[in-house]
Design a protein around this ligand. Structure first.
Ligand code: SF4
Length: 685
């Protein structure tokens, strides 16, 4: 690294957590951003949106000063105030709400706008110390992780660097070209060196599918059926590793009986995939010992997402692919970091689990006082929102906006830009970006923990999440040490509490290797259940299935918002390549690439409806309707509509975005947002 490049880590909500090198031009200015070549996961490759980060950090629209609302909620009219005025007001309002309605009337709300352990999770310290309402973190990982743990018992899988040693890579319900580019680096190696094949399963022909040897277009929410039919063929045609099954799995005999009716013909009707294609896929998978399934998040964002993900995770247990170097599967490696002791950051030792925990995906229902979502407690009267933009990202936008517009709700939004949520705030506080503060990061898609120092000074009056939380904690009178130390001191103490090198040493090391041994990562000493067996019959009750709604064996769980005469299309709100949820939507180069919100619809459907490219169409359901431009696209089944990206509400013709249509229903068995499980009607606008 030349002297004007300094190390950092990408903090965004992406499993790659790339090791970065930032060109520092002076104390407040950056130039180029590139990936670290000597990190063997990043390998010098990062996505285009982060490579252009100087556009974001030096964007003229960044929030620069604390602002107080002077217009109506949502209008976006604010006046500049001082930090002291802002912090004093927050403390007054939180104390007033606590005195009148109890501490549960304050609801700190956040998610993964940054993935740093200090700057993301520190808000829990404020919550736990002062007894505010808790947040059920359902918006992203609940459905996939529940499905994965159901079978394996823990949250890890084959080391992703082993993709390079695979002969067949299956990217199932993910689009790494757009969302986790480093996966493609490792796939490219396997293809170049070993002639490995890439098969992509998705509900539309994504940029990743474009590069595949085989792309299989599936109806959204039917992945469990495809996995079951594959297993049927694997057993039927002798590709099942019976010895492995006997040693490592719970009840293969019963599974085989259960699968006898789950034929490719059966699955074809459900998935819309030709029967022969299912046979071909199953045989290719069965014939390849070193097969690696990179299990994505997309297909799990459905009411049946956990069941579908569990079914897919059964595949390497049928063929015994786990036993072969380059074989197995990975959903997330989040479980390899569980020993990191975040007690200090989150004041977890103060957490009172008797305090209500409200579902973040149901923020609309919570803020509009739907009784069951309040769990018998008071209405939410005050909020601090960090790292999250629920007015645009959460499901059921109309309800979320109705809640945020309540006159009796006091909302503080700590943000980098004037988002759709910030416009509804009483106070908007300017937040630092990752280059302007210290933090540490776990790589869910790989095996490294990284500690990153700040690279440049904060812009204007921006303050970090940690600094704001400390200021509030102190003003509210807490002597918790976490409110009286710098972010760097907190990183240092946390690492030492975990038995790791301190902050300075860890930062100088650049990344700490948390990888498991090959045997452990691939469960060769047994799966993480007491009997060491992979569960074809999960204990769903232990995973939250109170009503017994989950299938006893891998299956297609028929609980989705299926297409009907009234709502003949299935809508998937997939990620856009140059956005990450609503982050990056202010960047000129991202907007130039993404252009405008558009609906991808099969050309035959466009012809039948006499619609052409660029026409305005209206998509709707019981929750409302959204107007977007039409883009004929032949890379999907006829009943599927794709709208990529979480564009800001203001980017849509009528000023409300795609999450007007997505449901806040809880996925099975234990909640989770169902963003890709939406039946809609469509007509010319
Ligand atoms: S690929 Fe993901 S982790 Fe890497 S730079 Fe892009 S957003 Fe960040």
């Amino acid at each position: 690294m030349t002297s004007n490049y300094v190390p950092s880590t990408c903090p965004h909500d992406c499993p790659s957590t790339c090791a970065l090198e930032i060109e520092r031009l002076d104390a407040s200015t950056i130039g180029k951003v590139r990936g670290a070549k000597d990190n063997d996961y990043t390998q010098g490759v990062i996505c285009a949106k982060v490579a252009a980060y100087r556009e974001r950090v030096h964007h003229p629209d960044r929030l620069a000063h604390p602002l107080k609302r002077i217009g109506t909620k949502g209008e976006g009219k604010f006046a500049q105030i001082t930090w002291d005025e802002a912090l004093d007001e927050i403390v007054d309002k939180f104390q007033e709400a606590t005195a009148e309605f109890g501490a549960e009337s304050v609801w700190p709300y956040y998610f993964a706008g940054t993935m740093g352990l200090v700057q993301r999770d520190g808000i829990n310290r404020l919550r736990n110390v002062f007894g505010y309402s808790r947040l059920e973190m359902t918006i992203c990982t609940t459905l996939p992780w529940t499905g994965w743990v159901a079978g394996t018992g823990s949250m890890w899988g084959t080391d992703p660097r082993e993709i390079a040693e695979s002969d067949l890579i299956v990217v199932w319900g993910g689009n790494p070209v757009s969302t986790q580019v480093n996966v493609m680096t490792h796939i490219a190696k396997a293809r170049k060196k070993r002639g490995a094949k890439l098969i992509v399963i998705d509900s539309y022909r994504t940029p990743t599918a474009e590069t595949a040897d085989t792309y299989i277009a599936i109806q959204p929410g039917t992945d469990g059926a495809l996995a079951c039919a594959m297993m049927h063929v694997l057993f039927d045609e002798g590709y099942a590793d019976l010895e492995y099954l006997e040693k490592y799995t719970d009840n293969p005999t019963q599974l085989r009986q259960h699968l006898s009716s789950k034929t490719p013909a059966w699955a074809s009707k459900i998935t819309g995939i030709p029967e022969q294609d299912i046979y071909d896929f199953a045989r290719t998978y069965g014939q390849t010992k070193k097969s690696f399934i990179r299990v994505g998040y997309g297909f799990a964002r459905s009411r049946n997402g956990s069941a579908s993900l569990h079914a897919v995770s059964c595949l390497p247990a049928i063929t015994g692919a786990w036993q072969h170097k380059g074989g197995g599967a990975l959903q997330s490696n989040s479980g390899i970091y569980t020993n990191i002791d975040q007690t200090l950051i989150m004041a977890s030792d103060h957490e009172d689990t008797s305090i209500r925990e409200m579902d973040m995906s149901r923020i609309g229902a919570v803020l509009t006082n739907e009784e069951k979502d309040l769990f018998g407690g008071p209405p939410v009267k005050a909020m601090l929102i960090q790292n999250m933009n629920p007015a645009e990202v959460a499901p059921d936008t109309h309800k979320v906006l109705k809640g945020l517009a309540r006159d009796d709700l006091y909302t503080v939004v700590h943000e980098q830009f004037m988002t759709g949520t910030a416009k509804y705030a009483d106070l908007v506080l300017p937040a630092t970006m990752f280059l302007e503060h210290d933090d540490m990061y776990k790589g869910g898609g790989h095996i490294y923990l990284q500690v990153a120092r700040k690279v440049i000074e904060p812009y204007a009056e921006c303050r970090s999440n940690h600094d704001v939380l400390c200021a509030l904690g102190q003003r509210l009178g807490s002597d918790h040490p976490g409110f009286h130390m710098s972010a760097w001191e907190m990183i240092d103490q946390t690492l030492k509490d975990t038995g790791l090198p301190g902050a300075d040493e860890a930062a100088d090391m650049r990344w700490l290797d948390f990888s498991k041994t090959y045997e452990d990562a691939n469960y060769l000493k047994g799966f993480s259940h007491p009997d060491g067996k992979f569960r074809f019959s999960p204990d769903w009750a232990a995973l939250g299935d109170k009503e017994g709604k989950m299938p006893k064996m891998p299956d297609h769980q028929e609980v989705i918002d299926a297409a009907s005469e009234k709502h003949p299309f299935r809508l998937v709100t997939a990620p856009a390549r140059r956005f990450l949820n609503s982050t990056f939507t202010a960047m000129p180069s991202s907007i130039a690439k993404e252009q405008r919100p558009k609906a991808l619809v099969h050309p035959d459907v466009c012809r039948e409806m006499e619609l052409s490219e660029g026409d305005l169409i209206r998509l709707g359901n019981e929750q409302g309707s959204v107007v977007v431009h039409l883009q004929p696209f032949d890379g999907l089944q006829k009943g599927v509509v794709i709208v990529e990206g979480v564009w800001p509400n203001k980017s849509f013709v009528e000023g409300v975005g795609i999450n007007v249509l997505t449901s806040a229903d809880r996925g099975y068995p234990n909640g989770g947002a169902v963003f890709h499980d939406t039946a809609v009607w469509m007509k010319a606008a």
